[in-house]
Design a binder for this molecule. Structure first.
Ligand code: GRF
Length: 212
C-alpha cells in the first residue's frame, strides 16, 4: 500500500551532536522566502556541540539532553525526553543531522516515516561511522551521500535522495569528505522541502517523488 506523506507548514526539530553544518544549511534554507518549513527546535546530546551556537545565531530554541552512556547508545529515558520536546514543539518532521546516537524506542514509534537522516555515503554501501573514509579506502570511483528515512535498522531506511561525488586521483579521505559534505548541504534541505510539500510517497522500499 502506498502512503502519502504530507505536512505543511512543516515544523522541523533537528537532532545534532557535533559541528552542525547540516543543521546550518537547514536553518538557512528555512529562512528563504517560499521554503515550506521552519526549524522549531534543536535538540542535542552534547553540551559542547557547535550546533548550539548556530541555533543561537538563528534564534532557534535549544534543548540539551546530556547522555553519559557510551557513544552510540541512547537510554530509553533520554529518548522519551526527546520525544516529549518534539511533541511540545509540534514537530511534523525530525531531522537527524550528525546525531551520534541510535534511536530504538519512543521517538521511532511516535514519528514513524517522519524521521530523516543524512549519511555521507551512497547507501547501502558504507554504513556506520567514517563512511567517507570507508569509501575512499575501498577505492570506489564514485562516492556520495544519502538522505533516508530512519527505521530500526542502522542506516537502512528508505532512500529519499542521493547525490554522487567523483573520487579524484588527488583526493584523500578529507578532501573527498569535504566535497561530499557540500552535497549534503544541498540535498538535505531539498529532501525536507519535498516532504513539506507532500511530494514524497513511500511504496515499500521505494520513495516516489510526485510532481506538483
Ligand atoms: C555529516 O557528515 C553527516 O552526513 C553525518 O554526520 C556528519 C555531521 O556533520 N551523519 P555536521 O555536524 O552536520 O557538520
Amino acid at each position: 500500500m502506498e502512503e502519502q506523506l504530507k505536512a505543511s507548514p512543516c515544523r522541523i526539530v533537528v537532532l545534532a551532536s557535533g559541528t552542525g553544518s547540516n543543521f546550518r544549511s537547514i536553518a538557512e534554507s528555512c529562512r528563504r522566502d517560499g521554503f515550506p518549513a521552519v526549524v522549531a527546535a534543536l535538540i542535542t546530546d552534547n553540551p559542547a556541540a557547535g550546533a548550539i551556537d548556530i541555533a543561537k545565531q538563528y534564534s532557534i530554541p535549544v534543548f540539551v539532553v546530556p547522555v553519559t552512556e557510551k557513544k552510540g547508545r541512547l537510554p530509553e529515558e533520554a529518548e522519551r525526553e526527546i520525544t516529549g520536546i518534539c511533541e511540545r514543539h509540534g514537530a511534523d518532521l525530525i531531522a537527524l543531522a550528525g546525531f551520534m546516537r541510535i534511536l530504538k524506542g519512543s521517538l521511532l514509534d511516535r514519528y514513524e516515516t517522519r524521521i530523516m537522516n543524512i549519511h555521507p555515503s551512497l547507501l547501502p554501501s558504507f554504513k556506520g561511522l567514517h563512511a567517507q573514509r570507508q569509501a575512499f579506502e575501498y577505492g570506489v570511483k564514485v562516492a556520495g551521500c544519502t538522505v533516508h528515512f530512519v527505521d530500526r535498522s542502522i542506516d537502512g531506511g528508505q532512500i529519499i535522495l542521493q547525490a554522487t561525488v567523483p573520487v579524484l586521483d588527488e583526493d584523500d579521505a578529507d578532501t573527498l569528505g569535504k566535497r561530499i559534505l557540500a552535497e549534503e548541504h544541498r540535498i538535505y534541505p531539498e529532501a525536507i522541502a519535498l516532504f513539506a510539500r507532500g511530494r514524497l510517497t513511500i511504496a515499500g522500499r521505494r520513495v516516489k517523488i510526485t510532481s506538483t
